[in-house]
Design a protein around this ligand. Sequence first.
Ligand code: MSP
Length: 512
Amino acid sequence: MTYYVTTPIFYVNGSPHIGHAYTAIAADVIARFKRLDGEDVRFLSGTDEHGQKVEKAARDAGLDPQAFTDRVSAEFRTMLTTLNISNDDFIRTTEPRHKAGATALWEKLFAAGDIYLGHYEGFYAVRDEDFYGEDDLTTLPDGTRIAPTGAPVEWVREPNYLFRLSAYQDRLLAHYEANPDFVGPAGKRNEMLAFIRGGLNDLSVSRSSFRWGIPVPNDPDHVMYVWLDALANYITALGYPAEDTALWRFWPANLHLVGKDIQRFHAIYWPAFLMAAGLPVPRRIFAHGWWTIDGAKMSKSVGNVVDPHDLVAKYGLDAVRFFLLREVPFGNDGDFSHRALVSRFTTELANDLGNLAQRFLSLIAKNCGGLLPEAGPRTEADSELLAAAEALPASLREKIDRQALGEAIEDVWRVIRAGNAYIDHQAPWALRRTDPPRMAHVLRVLADVQRIIATVLLPFMPASMDRMLDQLGVPADQRSFAALSVPLADATKLPPPQGIFPKMVEDTDAKS
Ligand code: MSP
């Protein structure tokens, strides 16, 4: 089966920060999970380079917009590399393939009679690239009017093309009703439904007061509204308007992963555009929450913006990937602090996971000549632990399909904790003298359990779990869920044990 997952395309008005890293890492975990599960996966990311906000950022930097976006788009690509993101494609909205596809989409909507020339008069927030009604706004003591997002608004009065969004209200509602999983989490779905039920106004889809955008076909005074341009990336990257390409098999997308701030664009405007173009709508749109930093909103002026490169340099990539998905339930807001990251690392990666591996691997090295022991007759305790581990791929699949990434991690940790309790109870270091065959068997059970744990954690911490599978002697081409049904060969020579997460080495020495 095909599985198409996307990140939002990043605005290039500023450098990447932890919020961008979060969206990308979550999508990467899902893409990697689906690949391990044998699906035909397409994973897209990219940069959103047009619009007033980017034009202004370029001006402030004293650069021509194309030169500016080239520079910042490259920073996002570098971020994806640093984070070990496995995207198959990276689309930039300034690329010819995107401009051609977005133009074709416009023409389709125009030909369908869903775009017409009108007039927009109202408030606009450049920071959000969004329109607001008078009722949405708050006036600050200094007279500035701000949107609910905190972004200052300006009054805009210009001829605009409008998209007949109002005509799609009923179809959208019917789609939501027929597809209860269309939008997640559930609270967001209700928010979207309330918004649609509140009545949809036609949406301004062009701007004529600046130039940095895709020209509206046959009307060079206008550029396309940046959100219509940007949303189209999900299909232009598959070759739209051509629908007979090999890549088109991935449409409709299985999942658009987005932050909660941009849910409405994806869950209301985008499906309406697609319906107007006669195209199927995505299967699911899931919104994650936002990170604050030590309790405060991240902002350049406060100077608390967390750079993902600094974090990775300080703690190692997989600790960062793990922390972001482990610390808060996916879908909720979270607060980042270095203290919380270090504490998760120590208790869960070093003590729970790292320690479990190190404890039995060092015993295999010392007592079994470094050869993977053979399995013997099973006790109830053995069967119970093995069954808990064997259940992981299916239980994780169910959670990944709900984007419950934190719950998926918790499932694995239950088994890791059970593994540590098992080794405490079985005390293989004592069996060495009393019952060597039983010791060998206990170590084998632990190796089999650890193999499953490391395999299901590969999507979360690819490099460290690959190292852990190296330690267990699992061949590189046998790291998938399907391969788990093939037992490891008895007497496989294991490499000398090496700590995966630095602290576990100390712990192991203390205990064994
Ligand atoms: N360009 C639009 C998306 C267009 S998709 C067709 C955009 N870009 S963005 O760069 O501003 O945001 C990209 C993603 O980063 C969004 O999903 C957004 O929610 C996420 N985050 C930005 N700041 C964030 C936090 N502080 N915390 C978590 N995620 C945040 O929106």
